[in-house]
Write a protein that binds this ligand. Structure first.
Ligand SMILES: [Cu+2]
Length: 345
């Protein structure tokens, strides 16, 4: 693991000090050492460079290149619309999930020693239908003990926590979790081994969708897992993103059609920061908290989610063009959590 911050300056100190001057980004740019630009780089550098590039109208992180999605083994564009429905055998929906240690690139040049379910961060978006029997075979290919803890209603023995049922699954071990898909809604799964924040922050989480028995109206469906990365292990994130890669949807906007119903499954998997948020420009959405009711609670353009919170957004874009979306926690936006929808006919 490369050491990203040699001077022990946290990004919070940087942002706080810079904010006091009233010119956050240029000051940040001066404060952060620049030798990393041609080798290693910090997230804040990446953010600042990105900001400058955007203002020059030249697109993306030209100075430090792009994240190598091929090497990562997953692509934020593909994750958006990748739903893993497993395999149904004898009336039971089954998956096999393997945990592994895997270095990933979370911003251009910023490597992170992640732990991953099925080789990706976030893990696969598992999707089932209300009332089905589910069986998840979990294999721990990592060097550390892990579990899979699913949100939902089930017996304690299948809850995937240390000390109950199969408990911690050691390196090379495996177990099977079995429970019914209830209630319908948007849930998540994550490792529950201790120390808990670290096991989640390292990348062991994913979206878990239980569709209502009658389904939902046809839509262009997108999965957005809001996450972050503590690259210097100070229990504070240096990189923020949706689906892991900072600014991924600035570089490659999310493509949608004008007038289509767009449904976003939004999950907050962030650790170390109590709140995250999602804000869309020039539009409003219906919001279904946890997706457990078929009527929206809100019609809004910004939603706040605590740790582990999630909800379903539904909207249509009335105009073509590029529309920004980002955390309305501005600090997170500057450190990677912002992107564009590109609406076409
Ligand atoms: Cu774990």
């Amino acid at each position: 693991m490369r050491k990203l911050w040699d001077n022990k300056v946290s990004r919070r100190k940087l942002l706080g000090g810079a904010a006091a001057t009233g010119a956050a980004l240029p000051v940040l740019h001066e404060l952060i050492p620049h030798q990393g630009l041609h080798g290693g780089t910090s997230a804040a550098q990446a953010a600042v460079e990105h900001h400058h590039q955007a203002h020059r109208g030249s697109g993306h992180l030209g100075a430090v290149g792009r994240v190598d999605h091929g090497r990562n083994g997953f692509d934020p564009q593909a994750i958006l619309r990748d739903f893993d429905e497993g395999v149904v055998k004898n009336g039971v929906r089954e998956w096999e999930i393997v945990a592994e240690d895997r270095e990933i690139e979370v911003a251009p040049g910023v490597k992170y020693a992640a732990w991953a379910y099925n080789g990706r961060v976030p893990g696969p978006t598992l999707r089932a239908r209300e009332g089905e029997r589910l069986r998840i075979r979990f294999v721990n290919g990592s060097k550390h003990p892990h579990t899979m803890h699913f949100h939902g209603i089930h017996r304690d023995l299948s809850d995937g926590i240390p000390g109950v049922g199969a408990g911690n699954i050691g390196a090379g071990g495996s177990t099977t979790y079995e429970f019914d898909a209830t209630p319908f809604g948007l849930h998540l799964y994550h490792c529950h081994s201790t120390p808990l924040a670290e096991h989640i922050a390292k990348g062991l989480y994913g979206a878990f969708i239980i569709d209502p028995k009658a389904g939902r109206p046809a839509a262009d469906e997108l999965v957005m897992v809001m996450n972050g990365f503590d690259t210097n292990f100070d229990r504070s994130n240096e990189v923020y993103a949706v689906n892991t890669v900072a600014f991924a949807y600035m570089d490659e906007p999310v493509q949608v059609r004008r007038g289509d119903l767009v449904r976003i499954y939004l999950v907050n998997a962030l650790e170390f920061d109590p709140l995250n948020s999602f804000h869309i420009h020039a539009n409003f959405f219906d919001y279904y908290p946890t997706g457990t009711r078929l009527e929206p609670r809100d019609f809004t353009d910004t939603v706040i989610q605590g740790q582990g919170e999630r909800g379903i957004l539904e909207l249509r874009f009335p105009y073509t063009g590029k529309y920004m979306f980002h955390a309305h926690v501005s600090e997170f936006a500057e450190l990677g959590w912002m992107g564009f929808f590109e609406v076409s006919d």
